[in-house]
Write a protein that binds this ligand. Structure first.
Ligand code: FES
Length: 117
């Protein structure tokens, strides 16, 4: 079962995740996976956000549901991500594929991995 929820995926490009841990490669991987998927292409957007404050645990991403009419290409205010249970730490391409499958397609956060911001 595929969810109809629209999601924005925020990929940290802060100094640790970005410069030291090359999160840019994760964003490119996400963009390729999303573009190649009929079920993700029109619902899921991935952009950068600078620093979740969990720099020692990176590279980090957040999956957040988009509000009705909200533009997924716009960086959200901090208020919009506070309290969101969608923070995933220590990501790599395999973990990202599972997040796309279970959270973004299936609509179910991965309970063993996800944290609240
Ligand atoms: S640099 Fe990624 S959480 Fe701070």
């Amino acid at each position: 079962m595929t969810t109809s929820t629209r999601f924005q995926i925020l990929v940290c490009d802060g100094p640790s995740c970005g410069l030291c841990l090359n999160s840019e490669a994760l964003l490119e991987h996400l963009e390729q996976r999303i573009a190649a998927s009929d079920s993700l292409r029109d619902r899921v957007t991935a952009i950068n956000l600078t620093c979740f404050g969990r720099c020692d645990d990176g590279p980090n991403i957040m999956v957040r549901p988009l509000a009705e009419g909200e533009d997924g290409d716009c960086e959200p205010d901090i208020d919009a991500i506070e309290g969101v249970r969608g923070l995933y730490l220590g990501m790599d391409t395999e973990r990202i594929d599972r997040v796309l499958r279970e959270h973004c397609e299936g609509g179910q956060p991965i309970e063993d991995w996800v944290e609240e911001y």
